[in-house]
Design a protein around this ligand. Structure first.
Ligand code: MV4
Length: 450
């Protein structure tokens, strides 16, 4: 096992990685910006190094500064958390050439999955179900029309370098295709410096369902089942659960088996998430792969009892899957996570400032992942996620009741948060009945005068 690792992140995920390291007996080095000097990761890590001013580009995204800290602290590995440098293949490459193990997949694999149409082609070749679509980049609006005629309307145009829904357009007929194609191209070029587009058949009212996998460096891949993440607003997840009410044990095993075979063939290593859309006939279609630990990983941990972050570190240190897992993966009960963001309830804009009171709920089956505390300051420079409230119950109904009472007992004062929004979602009849898809929040906000 590593003696010492650096955590190239901040907030709750930095603390989450520190927890895993402490249990593994691995020493930790936190890096922090001037805005995070008084943060809990700095307090709980064995060492802490200031890497620059608050702005992301000058601190957490500054690769030379992060690598310098890793070299000064003489760490053997870097855990990138999620966001920031987690899916930056160049960063993984620089770690490698500096003799520091990057806790994640190989840079080539990260690069492949970052080009969405290449990821699609690779998964198709490996036998994962994908939607009908273009085989590669579409060069012109003329070519787009040709493809759309073959596939049939509606279609969706997506940016190859995409993410967060940018550079994406739904096209319902041939007349509007050239205009929307050019708009997507311009948006993608502006946002990612790359205007490459590809196309897929459009799925109406899909559910977003993703599978968690772990792969060791000896060719073993396991699936830890799915997470249902349809409750999103502006491509930001709000609430996630596991299992999905729509995935049968047979479908879970079938997709799991296909993914293990495919990812072994691709040479995937460490933790990964494969995103699918579920259509009205409950069929799953691959859309993209995330090559990092995700915000919502705790719901999988709650139903499988596998510590995913510890697993990541063990795998990177060369462990075999049989030593990472205690035995076969078993799914027990139901878990829900609510993302608590510091943001204004109507405007959905970040709400920075001092937390004047903070009381997280506890009790049976309740977990809170957070780096927030009373008198702690939420800086304006970063993501607005301040806590994750996660519950487990024997079934979905118990998980829903437990989440409702935990939300009632969660006190955050001084900043606006999404807690009141979550209380209303948990009381919603459609949510309680499991009637959810990616259009849920829009319908919910209309109903509730939002
Ligand atoms: C789609 C789709 C329908 N059909 N692809 C949105 C972000 C990106 N990761 C993929 N997205 C979608 N791709 C096809 N072929 C609908 C969406 C989509 C969506 C997906 C997951 C969660 C929320 C969403 C909200 C709007 C659109």
């Amino acid at each position: 096992m590593f003696k010492k690792i650096l955590i190239a992140n901040r907030g709750e995920i930095a603390l989450r990685v520190i927890c895993a390291c402490k249990e593994l007996g691995v020493r930790t080095v936190a890096i922090y910006s001037e805005a995070d000097r008084h943060s809990l990761p700095v307090r709980f890590a064995d060492e802490a190094i200031c890497i620059g001013p608050p702005q992301l580009a000058l601190s957490y995204l500054n690769i030379p500064a992060v690598i310098s800290a890793a070299e000064i602290a003489n760490v053997e590995a870097v855990h990138p958390g999620y966001g920031l440098l987690a899916e930056n293949a160049n960063f993984a490459e620089v770690c490698e050439t500096s003799g520091i193990k990057f806790i994640g997949p190989r840079p080539e694999v990260t690069r492949l999955m970052g080009e969405k149409e290449k990821a699609r082609a690779a998964m198709k070749k490996a036998g994962v179900p994908i939607l009908p679509g273009s085989d590669g980049i579409i060069a012109s609006d003329g070519e787009a029309v040709e493809w759309a005629r073959q596939v049939g309307f509606p279609v969706i145009v997506k940016a190859s370098a995409g993410g967060g829904g940018r550079g994406m357009r739904v096209v319902r007929n041939e007349e509007e295709l050239p205009g929307l194609f050019r708009a997507a191209q311009a948006e993608a070029a502006g946002a990612f410096g790359n205007g490459d587009l590809y196309m897929e058949k459009y799925v109406e009212h899909p559910r977003h369902i993703e599978f968690q996998v772990l792969a060791d460096e000896h060719g073993n891949v396991v699936s830890l089942g799915e997470r249902e993440c349809s409750i999103q607003r502006r491509h930001q997840k709000l609430l996630e659960e596991s299992p999905s009410t729509q995935v049968t044990p047979e479908l879970r095993d079938q997709i799991g088996a296909v993914l293990c075979k495919s990812l072994a063939a691709i040479g995937y290593t460490n933790a990964g998430t494969i995103e699918f859309l579920m259509d009205q006939d409950r069929r799953l279609h691959f859309i993209e792969m995330n090559t990092r630990i995700q915000v919502e990983h705790p719901v999988t941990e709650m139903v499988t009892d596998v510590d995913l972050v510890k697993s990541q570190i063990m795998i990177a240190a060369g462990a075999n899957m049989r030593d990472v897992l205690l035995g076969p993966i078993v799914h027990r009960g139901h878990s829900i996570e609510c993302r608590i963001n510091a943001e204004h309830p109507e405007k959905f804009t970040p709400s920075a400032g001092k937390i004047t009171a903070f009381h997280p709920p506890g009790g049976t089956g309740v977990r809170v992942d957070t780096a927030a505390y009373t008198e702690g300051v939420i800086p304006p420079y970063y993501d607005s996620l301040i806590a994750k409230l996660i519950v487990r119950g024997k079934d979905r109904s118990e998980a829903v009741s437990r989440m409702s009472r935990a939300l009632e007992m969660f006190i955050v004062e001084g900043v606006y948060t999404t807690i009141p929004l979550h209380r209303k979602i948990l009381a919603d009849e459609d949510f309680r009945a499991g009637n959810i898809d990616t259009g849920f929040i829009e319908r919910f906000l209309k109903k509730n005068g939002g």
